[in-house]
Design a protein around this ligand. Structure first.
Ligand code: SAM
Ligand code: SF4
Length: 365
């Protein structure tokens, strides 16, 4: 599939659940998380149908994410179904690692190719302050299990926050000296930094109106904003926590050593480097300060069955309703092409258009 800006779309990220066993400060409220009713969540046969159509249209890579994908029952079975879909060459997963020690072996057997594990700190007390559930030790055991079963390369994703964990970036970089990990530093993204005002919704509406100004039909829906819970960081606090990647890089170079450019084919939007003599690499994902939109190759499927062409724009197309109305694969195919045709050229964060309709746990990151 090619979109209207000439980009090849061959990557589908699937959020398999909006539930999670953690409550990371930047992602979910500590209590009272807003999760979809169970009957809205796509069943595995429905996901399989969507993946089959996507593969026929040229999708080659699928990533399972969430919420936490490993809390979904029989997730190994879904991995196997997707890995066996003709045309799909790679099935990967993004996980918080808490249940990974239990599932690593089965996931590998079922055909999982690679894994990204989120890890924001190497300090057990801090871990509890950031994730607000779980334990560092159990995540470290998950990483070790992934290594032992040969899920490689292992990528470790660290969201860097000022005052929470920014003093650990050099330690994370040093991990690559002795281990073949790809450590990736991620800028905090303005997903659902909802301060209760409705200007975000207004801007999103104007944005989508502009996209559809010349078309007759739009099946896109603008997901309604959910107002932030008081137990989540406020938009104001999130802005204060933001650390740009150039600062992270500078800190690593000052505290450890200068970085050399490195090529990692599977590193998506990360800019990748290596410490001299290191076994692994360090990468920087700066969705906010640089944008990779010109090379974006992905679509997202939410756990409740909406196809979303851009993480940073709230427009989505409902696939669940037509599937459940028995409209068949031909209709799903048409909706995929419609979604791709209206994939926005880039994000408009600098113009103040931020996604307000869903939290990251619903979008999958
Ligand atoms: N639960 C799994 C996990 O944590 O890896 C998968 C879903 S999680 C939403 C996917 C990724 O998004 C994680 O690496 C997480 O750290 C990241 N993330 C969540 N909220 C974010 C935000 N506001 N800014 C940047 N990254 C965020
Ligand atoms: Fe859960 Fe991942 Fe969000 Fe943390 S970042 S609350 S682990 S979905």
């Amino acid at each position: 599939m090619r979109d209207s800006f000439g980009r090849t779309i061959d990557y589908l990220r699937i959020s398999v659940t909006d539930r999670c066993n953690f409550r990371c400060v930047y992602c979910m409220p500590e209590e009272g998380a807003d999760v979809a009713p169970k009957e809205w969540i796509l069943r595995y046969e429905e996901i399989a149908t969507i993946v089959k159509v996507a593969a026929e249209l040229g999708v080659r890579k699928v990533r399972l994410t969430g919420g936490e994908p490993l809390v979904r029952k029989d997730i190994v079975q879904l991995v196997r179904m997707i890995a066996q879909t003709p045309g799909i060459t790679e099935v990967s997963m993004t996980t918080n690692g808490f249940l990974l020690a239990r599932y690593a072996h089965e996931l590998k057997e079922a055909g999982l190719t690679r894994i990204n594990i989120s890890l924001d700190t190497l300090n057990p007390e801090r871990f509890v302050r950031i994730a607000r559930r779980g334990s560092l030790q159990q995540v470290l055991e998950g990483i070790e299990a992934a290594r032992q079963v040969g899920l490689s390369p292992i990528k470790l994703n660290m969201v860097v926050m000022r005052g929470f964990n920014d003093d650990e970036v050099a330690d994370f970089a040093r991990l690559t000296l002795r281990h073949p990990y790809h450590v990736r530093f991620i800028e905090l993204m303005p997903i659902n930094w909802n301060d209760g005002s409705d200007s975000g919704e207004f801007l999103q509406q104007r944005f989508w109106n502009r996209i559809f100004a010349h078309t007759e039909e739009s099946t896109f829906q603008l997901i309604q904003a959910q107002h932030a819970s008081h137990s989540m960081l406020s938009a104001e606090e999130m802005r204060r926590l933001f650390v740009p990647v150039h600062e992270i890089r500078q800190r690593i170079e000052q505290e450890v050593s200068p970085l050399e450019p490195a090529e990692v084919i599977t590193n998506g939007p990360a800019r990748t480097f290596r410490l001299p003599g290191a076994q692994g690499t360090v990468g920087f994902i700066s969705q906010v300060t640089h944008d990779f939109c010109a090379n974006c190759n992905r679509l997202r499927l939410t756990a409740d069955g909406f196809l979303r062409p851009c993480l940073m724009a709230d427009g989505e197309v409902d696939l669940r309703a037509p599937l459940r109305e028995g409209k068949g694969e031909e209709e799903i195919r048409r909706l995929f092409l419609h979604t791709v045709a209206h994939k926005p050229e880039r994000h408009y964060l600098a113009e103040g258009i931020v996604p307000v309709g869903r939290g990251m746990s619903q979008l999958g990151g």
